[in-house]
Design a protein around this ligand. Sequence first.
Ligand SMILES: Cc1cc2nc3c(=O)[nH]c(=O)nc-3n(C[C@H](O)[C@H](O)[C@H](O)COP(=O)(O)O)c2cc1C
Length: 181
Amino acid sequence: MKQEFQGNLLSPLPLALLGTLIDGRPNYCVIGYISPFNFGNHIFFSLYKKRYTRHGIQENRTFSVNIPSEDLLDEINICGSKSGRDFDKSTLFDTFYGELKTAPLIRQCPFNMECRVTDILDYGPNDGIIGRVVKSYADAELVKDDVIDMKKARLIVWTIAGDFSYYRLGERITPEEHAKG
Ligand SMILES: Cc1cc2nc3c(=O)[nH]c(=O)nc-3n(C[C@H](O)[C@H](O)[C@H](O)COP(=O)(O)O)c2cc1C
């Protein structure tokens, strides 16, 4: 049996700490409505127009996407609830810069990407921001023979559909292992 459910059920989603540079200071904001597309060459995310982050996007047309591990839950809570307008989030992390000098990256996050804005779509109260991935970085201790050890990265996912919680990324599965039980 199926029950009709109000709203979008595309869940779980990755969770990102989105970095922008505003008036020369890094600002980090939690973004859950985010996705790679165009075979991963671009990233799309939804940004409420009132976010302080929007200033950084407009100022530089660059941003960073930082994928946190569960060790950063306290910082995630701050970046997802306090606005850079009235709280300095730049000191929560060690910031580094890559090729783009206006996309602050978080050293404590296992994965980072720096992006250049290619399109901004106007969707009423939200902007749809599209950026081209210019360069990606991963913690060296997670990489072996060009493969990232996802389990070691201790990633979290975010659920919607009324649950609105963070979960640990679970066990790796293959059809063969699943068949064995
Ligand atoms: C789990 C979670 C997901 C979020 N996803 C988004 C999102 O996709 N788009 C958005 O504009 N804000 C999102 N937010 C809200 C912002 O992170 C929050 O309002 C933040 O304080 C904005 O910071 P800023 O004003 O410094 O830009 C999310 C917050 C949480 C906790």
